[in-house]
Ligand binder design. Sequence first.
Ligand SMILES: [Zn+2]
Length: 278
Amino acid sequence: MQVVILGSGSPLPDPNRAGPSTLVRTSAGDFLIDAGRGVLLRMSAAMAGPGGLASVLLTHLHSDHITDLNDLITMRWAMSFAPNPLRVVGPVGTAEVVAATEAMLATDIGYRLAHHDDLNWNPDTVVDEVSEGVVFEQGEVRITAAPTDHAPVHPTVAFRIDDGEASVVLAGDTIPCEGLDRLAGGADVLVHTVVRKDQIEAIGLPRLVDVLDYHSDVAQAADTAARAGVRTLVLTHMVPAPAPGAEQEWIDQASPVFGGEILVAADLMTIEVGPVAQ
Ligand SMILES: [Zn+2]
């Protein structure tokens, strides 16, 4: 199994970091977790296309995690030569957001249907709203969801993808919580969004300070990784984003708490997971 960090950014525009999204390539196909700003650009760099995704998994419905869902829906439809429904798995509320996205696209859909004789079906999206338990199972691959705590954003979920002996957990945005602990136990890799408490407090802007109460800071994410006994912690969605060369500061905040491998995500960072890579 392979984990490709497509976007390591946050809501804040960054020339080097696309919005939050991760591609997990498994023996049952490619799964996209969240669809932040620029996701299709980064997918193309990773040699992945919208038509080939097995499913899209949304951790929550904050705009930075779904900004380019509309691009995904459009291009999966417009680049396919036969109906190719897109399965979207997410928390309660996902169906409403997807329906609204498709409604927003109605004008464009009309243009393209009128223009292309060989395109005579609408975008087709199948939504599964989930909160807990197995959400996909095929061959060696099993995907499990569990609730997280990103209040007042609610509900939110994390996903665990097991492929044979390999496992990765995508935490999304959350403070430390029982649901994530349960999901992450014994996983190979934990991809966790993080913020820097010290830097945000030093900046002191109220709207930025607000984000502290519903995200994990670096030490909290490291503590979750330690409790779960994961092998590798990947820090992503960093706020504020580290300047090039400053990544070690983030590792230094995590390493006193977590003794495993710590990676600071960059766009298109690729992590091999499981026995094949060892
Ligand atoms: Zn969020």
